[in-house]
Unconditional design. Structure first.
Length: 138
């Protein structure tokens, strides 16, 4: 449905997210897969902004897309982590970006000047504080 009728999909997501169980809840976008187009990502951003009491998070390898579309004006209730292993690893900076690495012993070309990738964890207090994870130092 998301490909054939994106507006209907978005309306159904918005309707589903009005349920009380999503008030203050964390919603992971994708348990597999990624943001496959700018239009699809923009629809998710619209959903997030329309449901400010729900917190959203995602893992993505779409670094350039996120730099262009999300980073200039991210929803306050959205946290994302870049995943190593994609074609855009060279543009990741482990000193600046939140990154995850499924294979932490491997070196990723260009990422953080060849340093080993790291998975950045946040304490329960930081996550529960309601403050944006983007503001935390590593």
């Amino acid at each position: 449905m998301v490909l054939d009728e994106p507006q209907v999909w978005q309306e159904q997501m918005l309707t589903e997210l009005t349920a009380s169980r999503f008030d203050g809840a964390w919603v992971r976008i994708h348990d597999s897969g990624d943001f496959f187009s700018e239009g699809y990502l923009v629809r998710w951003l619209e959903i997030m902004r329309a449901r400010p009491r729900t917190r959203f998070y995602a893992y993505t390898k779409e670094v350039a897309l996120f730099r262009a579309v999300v980073e200039p004006d991210p929803p306050v209730n959205f946290w994302w982590v870049f995943s190593f292993g994609g074609l855009q690893d060279a543009s990741l900076d482990v000193a600046r970006d939140r990154v995850a690495d499924v294979f932490p012993g491997r070196r990723h070309q260009g990422a953080g000047e060849g340093r080993l990738a790291q998975l950045h964890f946040f304490s329960r207090r930081q996550v529960d504080s309601g403050a944006s994870l983007r503001s935390f130092s590593r």
